[in-house]
Design a protein around this ligand. Structure first.
Ligand code: GLY
Ligand code: MN
Ligand code: MN
Length: 457
């Protein structure tokens, strides 16, 4: 699973992985004790067949399995008993239609007792005969009922396991930095393709080629939107022909390394000075929000501050007819910024545990009127979050606003002028520290740009 073009030396990953795995073992031991189970069995996932066909969907490894090992193969298992070396049951099917995976190798394998199976039946034979005190985490495959596990995806156990995933270890931060490096490399190639007048599809191909990853190896399908498409938050079309007029590109695309994701958005103007200035203004806003990120900050406050600053931008850009305070109070900022300002990032792009008050239970609510915020926890050192303010010209939301009292607060001629650009989002990935944050994305762009200029010299 680690990408082919890593810039992190394997020796450093190797020295970081051992302490990381020890911490995973400690977390899992505590979770098992809290729930009264003696062992944990985690499944990587299965290949899912397409209806009435002999093909399968692209394999997606489950995140709880990725916690243990950077391995993306179906029907593998990790079995863990506190105090013992974790067992990896590695599935190497006997198959001549598909190439069986090579035995795992690399910096992480020495930490496991690796046993090789060729299907689920032989996997079961490599596990303890009695799984009566073992908690199972993963999908329910057909034979699971006969395996005799004590519990299946116990919510209390999952909660204990998931809560701790928010704080990233040095090993995880190394993987996330590498994912950011690959993502930045892809973004620079995509920007060049946009400048060359390419279609959305060709821009995606440029992104993939630069990252050295196929689409199914990415943490999410890239959002690559020219012009009005930028107003669709998770735009998925990938038009194969370039539009006649080129105004803007909103690209939200990340890469993956060691199972960890980057999640990066940039917006580019084809040259219109007014829209370029608005992008620059949103970049300043985004950086001001980044400056306020540190351990101890309630993420809901960051989100609400994004709305306060957005109201100011809407006023300055004459998109609203009123003052910033009135726009905010009337809910007008939510017409232009209808998503959360960021989320936890890690093994999943929208990582688990964003609302959890504690491993034992209880969720922290979203602020009233902001149901789409995915993170309500107070930041801790080691959290990795995205910070992604934006403004968009979304027809359906604008129509609703036009039909009520918000209508008089919006300058409709200005909206008509800007609508063809779709929207702006600027998204960086931040590793929270005691006193601030490390901007993984900006560091990655700096490093990749420095490499690019060295290569050109
Ligand atoms: N790429 C999806 C998001 O930014 O949350
Ligand atoms: Mn995001
Ligand atoms: Mn994104």
């Amino acid at each position: 699973m680690p990408g082919a073009t890593t810039t992190t030396p394997t020796s450093s990953l190797s020295s970081l992985f051992g302490p990381y795995l020890e911490a995973v073992c400690r977390r899992s031991t505590q979770a098992l004790m809290a729930c009264g189970h003696r062992a944990l069995l985690v499944h990587s996932g299965s290949l899912l067949p397409v209806f009435q066909d002999d093909r399968t969907y692209p394999f997606e490894v489950s995140a709880p399995f990725k916690v243990w090992a950077p391995l993306a193969e179906p029907d593998c298992f990790v079995y863990f008993e506190p105090g013992r070396r974790p067992v990896l049951v590695f599935n190497q099917p006997k198959d001549y239609w598909y190439k069986p995976p090579a035995p795992p190798e690399g910096y992480w394998t020495e930490h496991f007792d690796i046993r090789t199976c060729s299907d689920r039946e032989s996997a079961r034979a490599l596990l303890p005969a009695d799984l009566g005190a073992t908690a199972y985490v993963g999908e329910a495959f057909a034979e699971l009922g006969t395996w005799g596990v004590a519990a299946h995806n116990l919510p209390r156990l999952l909660r204990h396991l998931d809560f701790g995933r928010a704080v990233k270890s040095p090993y995880e931060l190394a993987c996330l930095r590498e994912a950011s490096r690959l993502g930045a490399r892809g973004h620079l190639a995509a920007q060049r393709a946009f400048a060359a007048g390419e279609s959305e599809f060709a821009i995606e191909l440029a992104f993939l080629a630069a990252c050295g990853l196929r689409e199914q190896e990415l943490p999410y399908n890239p959002i690559i939107a020219l012009n009005e498409g930028g107003a669709v938050l998770h735009y998925q079309v990938l038009e194969k022909t370039a539009p006649a007029g080129r105004h803007s590109l909103l690209i939200d695309a990340g890469a993956e390394f060691g199972g960890y994701a980057s999640d990066i958005t940039r917006t580019h103007s084809a040259g219109d000075a007014d829209f370029s200035a608005l992008i620059a203004r949103m970049d300043t806003l985004q950086q001001a929000l980044c400056d306020g990120v540190r351990a101890g900050v309630d993420w809901r406050e960051v989100h609400l501050r994004a709305h306060t600053l957005t109201a100011e931008v809407l006023r300055e850009a004459e998109i609203v007819t009123c003052g910033a305070e009135e726009a905010l109070a009337a809910g007008v900022t939510r017409v232009f910024l209808p998503h959360g300002v960021g989320h936890l990032l890690g093994l999943e792009v929208h990582d688990v545990g964003g609302f959890m008050r504690s491993p034992e239970g209880g969720d922290i609510p979203t602020p009233e009127g902001h149901p789409h915020l995915r993170l309500t926890r107070t930041l801790e050192e080691g959290f990795v979050v995205t910070l992604e303010p934006g403004i968009y010209f979304i027809d359906s939301l604008l129509e609703s606003a036009r039909a009520d009292e918000r209508s008089r607060l919006i300058k409709w001629s200005r909206v008509r002028q800007l609508r063809r650009f779709g929207g702006i989002r600027i998204e960086d990935d931040l590793a929270v520290t005691a006193t601030g944050c490390e901007n993984l994305t900006r560091e990655a762009f700096r490093a990749e740009q420095a490499c690019g200029s060295r290569d050109a010299a």
